[in-house]
Design a protein around this ligand. Structure first.
Ligand SMILES: Nc1nc2c(ncn2[C@@H]2O[C@H](COP(=O)(O)OP(=O)(O)OP(=O)(O)O)[C@@H](O)[C@H]2O)c(=O)[nH]1
Length: 358
């Protein structure tokens, strides 16, 4: 008897591109659909899983929590999913396969530094292949960052000139990640459309069309808002073709050499503080992201006298701050931030942030 395979959507994209925002919108719309979510974080804190669980302030519907509830969210926080496929991803997938009668769809958010190819290849493992298929790899790219040429400068058509100063100008490992994340895409979602003007959209288009076949559609999203049927039911069966997708990192993964892997060149750590002065923390953070090569910082702050938890999100040079929910009785009121960047020192950043402690 041929049973219908469970479709799985893999959401990939660089640090801070908007994957969690997209996923949380999917979960809000997915009434009645039973969705299992696998969240993989590069940093040691499960901030994304936590944000997916927490109800936004403007949430009108008491039941608008992720349709799956607590139990449907699986956190893989031990490094990057593409390097721990066997140890981390496979066991979770096996659990899901066992529960397959209760699951309509699997959503996987990879860490921002993960390469989608090894993950998609895992769907060819016999235990998984029998019961699951990749519905689509959705690659989220940060519209404004791509338009600014943070990852690649090929929008200005004078690539030859650029090659000479490539290393000075921008980081080749970021370009490789963008290339590899796009090379596996069945759908490209350009996020932060609300921050793009027409000229920037053209630049993004040029970067995307140089990297994905014409058949791959591009959508533009603002705050992750997009209809469910655009994202789900693509039925790409990406695992069937993935071995033929060429990437910059093929060599390392095939030979089991993770040392040279993209994310080994990044530094990541968590800073824990007590309660902090909100204004002071934000001003120190803004200085740090202006001065240092910090790609991503995110976490929660506890402010004296405030019953709500503050969420801080830094992507590139932008810092977003908002309160998301009340601190619960049983959780300690502390401030915790993950940093991911290059050539950044934990001691130095911690010393700077401590000045905001009360
Ligand atoms: N203005 C605007 N901000 C957005 C949009 N999508 C995401 N953001 C913001 O960008 C920041 C990062 O978004 P996330 O959804 O956490 O990105 P992510 O890809 O999950 O990040 P990592 O898991 O750290 O790689 C947050 O501050 C979001 O509020 C958008 O469409 N417009």
């Amino acid at each position: 008897m041929q049973l219908k395979k469970i479709p799985a959507t893999v959401v990939t994209g660089f640090l801070g591109s908007g994957k969690t925002t997209l996923l949380s919108n999917v979960l809000k719309q997915a009434q009645g659909k039973r969705i299992a979510v696998i969240v993989n974080e590069f940093g040691e804190l499960d901030i994304d899983a936590d944000l997916l669980r927490s109800c936004p302030l403007d949430c009108e519907d008491e039941n608008a929590q992720p349709a799956t509830g607590q139990d449907g969210i699986y956190e893989l926080a031990n490094g990057c999913i593409c390097c721990t496929v066997e140890e981390e991803f496979l066991p979770v997938m096996k659990q899901l396969v066992e529960r397959r009668d209760d699951i309509d769809h699997i959503l996987i958010e990879t860490s921002g530094l993960a390469l989608p190819k090894p993950l998609v290849q895992a769907f060819n493992w016999p235990e998984i292949k029998q019961h699951c298929t990749v519905d689509a790899v959705i690659t989220v790219i940060d519209g404004p960052a791509v338009a600014d040429g943070r990852f690649a400068h090929d929008t200005d058509l004078v690539q030859q000139q650029r090659l000479a100063d490539e290393n000075l100008d921008h980081d080749p490992s970021l370009k490789e990640l963008l290339d590899d994340q796009l090379s596996a895409a069945d759908l490209v979602a350009v996020s932060k459309n609300d921050l793009l003007d027409e000229a920037q959209r053209k630049q993004v288009e040029a970067v995307v069309s140089a990297r994905v076949p014409e058949a791959v559609k591009t959508i533009y999203t603002s705050n992750g808002e997009v209809a469910l049927d655009v994202l789900m039911g693509i039925e790409s069966a990406a695992e069937e073709r993935i071995d033929h997708v060429h990437t910059h990192h093929d060599h390392h993964h095939e030979h089991g050499e993770h040392h040279e892997h993209a994310h080994d060149h990044f530094d990541s750590f968590v800073i824990s503080l007590g309660e902090v002065q909100g204004d002071a923390l934000q001003s120190i953070l803004k200085d740090l992201i202006a001065e240092k090569n910090i790609f991503r910082a995110k976490g929660f702050a506890a402010l004296p006298g405030k019953p709500m938890r503050q969420v801080l999100q830094a992507v590139g040079k932008r810092l977003d701050v908002h309160f998301d929910r009340l601190w619960t009785q049983d959780e300690p009121r502390k401030t915790q931030l993950v940093f991911i960047g290059k050539g950044i020192e934990k001691a130095e950043i911690e010393a700077a942030l401590r000045k905001a402690e009360v």
